[in-house]
Design a protein around this ligand. Sequence first.
Ligand code: TXA
Ligand code: MG
Length: 328
Amino acid sequence: MARVTVATSDIEKAAQVLRAGGLVALPTETVYGLGANAEDPAAVARIFQVKGRPPSHPLIVHIAAAEQLDDWVEEVPASARLLAERFWPGPLTLVLRRGHRVPLEATGGLQTVAVRVPDHPVALSLLSAFGGGVTAPSANRFGAVSPTTAEHVRAELGDTVDFVLDGGSCQVGVESTIVDVTGEMPSILRPGGVTREDLQAVLEHPVAVPSTSGVRVPGQHPSHYAPRARVVLVEPEKVVAEAELAQELGQQVGVLLPPSLAGAAVKAHAVVALPGSLDAYAHRLYGFLRELDQQGCDLIVASLPVEEGLGLAIANRLRRAAGPRTSA
Ligand code: TXA
Ligand code: MG
């Protein structure tokens, strides 16, 4: 999975842009982020403007190392310490009580803050060179599919971003797992790159799956992570029939063909043969959705993978993509 190296001068330049209140798109192991100085409310406000994201939706603060966590939060419960030690740098975001350093603009007014240490050499170099925290949502327009290459970022946000660091394609391909550690028991707010099974092994107790109430997680809006094409989810054995029917009725149909149907002939506009491994599926999921959009599909027919391991995050994103669209 190609990672390109970035010149030290570009890292320095990006750090300068952050210091000056600008926006930098940066690669992480999950998806590309749209970064700003976490302690600069005006820069943080620009993120919301560029993304078209409602200001009440909180951002993740990215830091260079687990040792810095205490600088950004009020307290670090034992479970959070354990998870940070085990999974950082990595695709895990911890929600903790907000420290004074974090402006309310970055948390959407919440008294909690989401923090993570990304596992990508370019992101880590930037965070070290910059020295502070970087708030970074995924570098896409609100509700759309997250970018997993620098080209995706440029295509979607153009020159509204001051600097784009190209670190190649993101290895994990879906966003970080968000775990709320402010309550009695850690709970998953968004499944992602660190699996529920991984979390349970470290915590040595069951971890609740995504709750749908209470916390402001944009990923829990009905339609999110959505391509332009409408997405319908059916049982794997119905994918071909559903796709062919819609195609016959005049739609331009794209198909995400499950590995169990590999080689099946499908009369549709575009067919993507899904990889057999969940790692490869997650890595390429958003790219597939973008490609089907580019090929002019107006409907994508897919099925859900088994919701184990990374399958939980993939299924979560497909459900969101298939959720009812609002005009907003
Ligand atoms: O992998 C990722 O997490 C990527 C990369 C760039 O790090 N970032 C990302 O950011 O996905 P974004 O803004 O697209 O999604 C962050 C999620 C949102 O759903 C937000 O609501 C949730 O984190 N979040 C942030 N702060 C929170 C808080 N205090 N309480 C609950 N949820 C929070
Ligand atoms: Mg996002």
